[in-house]
Ligand binder design. Structure first.
Ligand code: HT7
Ligand code: ZN
Length: 844
């Protein structure tokens, strides 16, 4: 397969002056008629005319009305064309029912829908399918479906047809079409300039009752973007459609966002508080793309972080404003470490802006999205809030309607601030997580922090010059009071010292407040100091971080040397949990323990070999010890945080439920499940029902409740996904693979639905002790299913291969077992380019 390099970018030979598409829908033989205006690009070096196109039959093609015979291959066509502007017409036939890859035009639950990012439009018709070709689209849909939608504003609607006009030039990846038996949950929004916009969430009949929350989230997003960034919506209509079969979370098609139904449908009975928060964030994310992604798009797919990093950053700001900023920051760092640090420290490490790829779908990664957003956050910290606002205003103004690069983005900041951002750009170009080690000293009222940065080599990159790192630091006195204002230290050298003067005594430093840079902080410190920061730090992130470090150190001692659970940790976390001045949501997060994967990475980083079973045992032992030490505290917390008001998925109520459920997990370890059973029986919402079920499963008392849960929810796919994943996630390590295998035989299991596949096999991959069980049965089962899925859905198969990315951390026996499975996958005849690339990189 061909590797594509950023350095080889050339502008398109031909520009598109307008697109007219007619769809004659048919489940197996859809006809797509295109009429496209082309004009030579003055910036191009060649006039060669090439269109992308895959998995379609060309019926006829014309240039300026005269039939032509292009040279057609598996990936597109070439044709002799005039020197100047001309009109291209083509008729192609495609088969949506046979499209199980869920890219291009496909069927989901009897409805037609599309997914074109990144390169799906080329499965709909022949086109220059690249993001720097932007055009105005007119679409006519024929086929008699009750609802027929496309991008933009509605045009003529008649018996059996619908016409749509999108006035905003867009790349083909933002094209969308949906048709089928759908019902709308309507709404309206009046923009800041007083225009009324019609809003709809389109769902399958029966799901109407799960749209109200999404609609409010959409309106809140529209208002927030106006207030925060002066960004107004620019069409008369904004449609969202819920689709059951979808490879990712959602897609920001212009005026017609398409969502995985799990990321938009919500009701208190069927969705947890975490589901609500995620849905709100994804609706915001896709809406915010209207400006960061759609109006200003990417020149090429190497620039993906330009739209994704910025939009993730914006959606995080939105959630922080609507809910709790510290809680959102802690949640984001937990995910960053779990997904991005893991990626950055393994064979799949790549820069936020990669310089080459085989299959772009493999680069919708935590690095591009989450680390991309961290880079935006660092840039904002470095330039300050005022310059940030000016730069964003200039970016929107200067680049509206353009397909841009990271260079364009950084130049805006250079122009606003006069700073040279060349060193900052390394963050986009160099993969790997910097290790930031720090030592300190105090003499004559001067406190000195000495930092050293080093980034380990990553695939294809051995040398890593120093980057600019914004390090937020606060200082606490021995009485726990702040003795200096939080300062942003700007580290630019490999080693650098910073002084704090006028201090009466040696302070306790609080370093990397708010997690101001995506680095691994290394500092020799004591558990006493960690406990002190947990008790006194005024920076919520570092307060949480101190508790997390205390737990981690105790667990590592238990794993390494069979130490007993750390009494200091148990004491400090009980005190924290009882502290009524702290937000319950924060306390719930602070009661969370490092994940099995975090601990495995920590052991590996320290030069050891993680034993997944030992990690599991230590976590279980600590949870048991804590449940015993905090028995009264847990009961007190549980009783005190019962919500009596009608259910609302807001920050306050979800925080209370999170704390009560954390307490319930502790209580269950003492009472064997009595309180959990009572909660299960009385639960009026999914947050409480699912938490109680999880406790019962953990206690080995879940069989009855599992059966009842299935009977109650068998007609609700999204709830049944939870039923699948919970059973795998709560299985004992030695049983996890068997449980997953048994579930793949269940009549409700289907590998054609990515949500169900992930709920079952993704849950196994996400349970380290079960997945890495010494028998190797977890590896074999996952490989079996990836091999089965690949011919149907390469994109989802390839993504799930990352379950194996940490394989070199483990002992020789496990490595051998994993390698054998990876080689078995790699050896499959006809393996997709997506999966071949992923397995190849993991094995390299
Ligand atoms: N921009 C979208 C990314 C995407 C995607 C979504 C659904 C299915 C396949 C996809 N490929 C790429 C989603 C986003 O980041 O907002
Ligand atoms: Zn996005």
């Amino acid at each position: 397969p061909q590797t594509i390099h950023l350095a080889d970018y050339t502008p398109p030979n031909w520009l598109v002056t307008g697109v007219h598409l007619t769809f004659r829908l048919d489940p197996t033989r859809t006809r797509v008629l295109s009429r496209i205006g082309f004009a030579p690009n003055p910036d191009a070096k060649s006039r060669e005319f090439k269109l992308d196109g895959e998995k379609m039959t060309l019926i006829r093609a014309k240039i300026d009305g005269t039939e032509v015979t292009p040279h057609v291959t598996e990936t597109g066509l070439t044709c002799d064309v005039p020197d100047g502007p001309f009109t291209w017409e083509a008729e192609v036939e495609i088969n949506p029912s046979a499209n199980t890859a869920l890219e291009g035009l496909y069927m989901s639950s009897g409805m037609y829908c599309t997914q074109c990012e990144a390169e799906g439009f080329r499965k709909i018709t022949y086109y220059p399918d690249r993001p720097d070709v932007m055009a105005v689209f007119d679409v006519r849909i024929e086929g008699g479906e009750p609802v027929m939608l496309s991008n933009g504003n509605p045009g003529k609607m008649g018996d059996g047809f619908a016409e749509w006009h999108d006035p905003w030039p867009k790349p083909a990846y933002l094209f969308a079409l949906v048709a089928g038996r759908l019902v709308a949950h309507p709404g309206t929004f009046t923009t800041m300039s007083g225009r009324d916009v019609d809003l709809n969430i389109w769902v399958r009949p029966g799901d109407e009752g799960k749209c109200a929350f999404g609609m409010e989230a959409l309106k809140a997003s529209m208002r927030w973007d106006e207030e925060k960034y002066r960004r107004e919506y620019d069409l008369d209509l904004f449609n969202i459609v819920a689709v059951d079969d979808f490879n990712m979370g959602a897609m920001e098609n212009k005026g017609l966002n398409i969502f995985n139904s799990s990321c938009v449908l919500a009701s208190p009975e069927t969705s947890t508080d975490a589901n609500f928060e995620r849905i709100e964030a994804i609706i915001a994310h896709e809406y915010f793309h209207n400006w960061t992604g759609n109006r200003i798009t990417c020149r090429d797919w190497f620039q993906l972080c330009l739209k994704e990093g910025l939009t993730v950053f914006r959606d995080a700001q939105f959630t922080s404003d609507l809910r709790s900023a510290p809680v959102k920051r802690i949640e984001d760092v937990i995910t960053l470490r779990a997904r991005q640090f893991r990626e950055d420290n393994g064979p799949l490490a790549h820069p936020v802006r990669p310089s080459s790829f085989v299959e772009i779908n493999n680069f919708y990664t935590a690095t591009v999205y989450e680390k991309g957003a961290e880079l935006i956050g660092m840039l904002k910290t470095l330039v300050g809030d005022e310059a940030w606002s000016k730069a964003l205003a200039l970016y929107f103004d200067r680049h509206d309607g353009q397909a841009c690069t990271i260079e364009d983005w950084l130049r805006v900041f250079e122009d606003v601030t006069g700073r040279d951002l060349a060193q900052f750009k390394r963050w986009y170009e160099d993969a790997g997580t910097p290790r930031l080690s720090v030592t300190d000293s105090y003499k004559d009222g001067i406190y000195t922090l000495h930092f050293r940065q080093e980034t380990p080599p990553t695939p294809g990159q051995s040398e890593k010059p120093p980057r600019v790192i914004p390090i937020k630091v606060g200082l606490l006195g021995q009485d726990g009071k702040e003795v200096a204002e939080t300062r942003v230290l700007e580290m630019t050298e490999a080693e650098q010292s910073f002084e704090f003067t006028g201090l009466a005594a040696q302070p306790v430093p609080s370093i990397l407040r708010d997690f101001s840079a995506p680095v691994i902080l290394q500092r020799e410190t004591t558990n006493a100091e960690r406990a002190f920061l947990l008790a006194h730090d005024t920076d919520p992130f570092n307060k949480w971080e101190a508790g997390r470090a205390l737990a981690r150190e105790g667990l590592l001692a238990m794993i390494r040397s069979d130490a007993a659970p750390d009494a200091a940790y148990l004491e400090a976390s009980a005190t924290m949990a009882r502290d009524e001045s702290l937000d319950p949501a924060f306390r719930a997060l602070a009661l969370g323990l490092p994940s099995q994967d975090d601990l495995a990475q920590a052991i590996h980083d320290a030069g050891g070999t993680p034993d997944p079973q030992a990690i599991w045992d230590a976590l279980e032992a600590l949870k048991d010890a804590r449940a015993e030490a905090m028995e009264d505290t847990a009961r007190g917390l549980y009783d005190a945080h019962q919500v009596t008001a009608p259910y609302a998925p807001d920050a306050a109520q979800s925080g209370a439920r999170a704390l009560a459920n954390a307490a319930l997990a502790m209580i269950t370890r003492r009472d064997g499940g009595a309180a959990a059973q009572a909660q299960y029986d009385a639960a009026g919402n999914m947050t409480q029902q699912l938490a109680a079920l999880a406790c019962l499963l953990q206690a080995g008392k879940g069989d009855l409740a599992l059966g009842r849960f299935y009977d109650q929810w068998q007609d609700d796919r999204l709830v049944i996904d939870k039923w699948f994943s919970l059973q795998v996630g709560y299985a004992a390590p030695e049983d996890a693979a068997e449980v997953a295998e048994r579930l793949t035989q269940h009549p409700d299991f289907t590998m054609k639905n990515p949500n169900r596949f992930r709920a079952t096999l993704g849950a196994l991959a996400g349970s380290p002790a079960g997945f890495h069980h010494a028998s190797g049965k977890g590896y074999a089962l996952l490989a079996d299913w990836l091999i089965k899925l690949d011919p149907l859905n390469p994109q989802t198969t390839a993504r799930m291969c990352s379950a194996f990315e940490t394989w070199r951390r483990y002992d020789a026996d496990r490595q051998k077992l994993i390698e054998a499975q990876l080689r078995r996958i790699a050896g499959q005849e006809g393996l997709s380019r997506d999966t071949a690339e992923m397995v190849g990189r993991i094995l390299a």
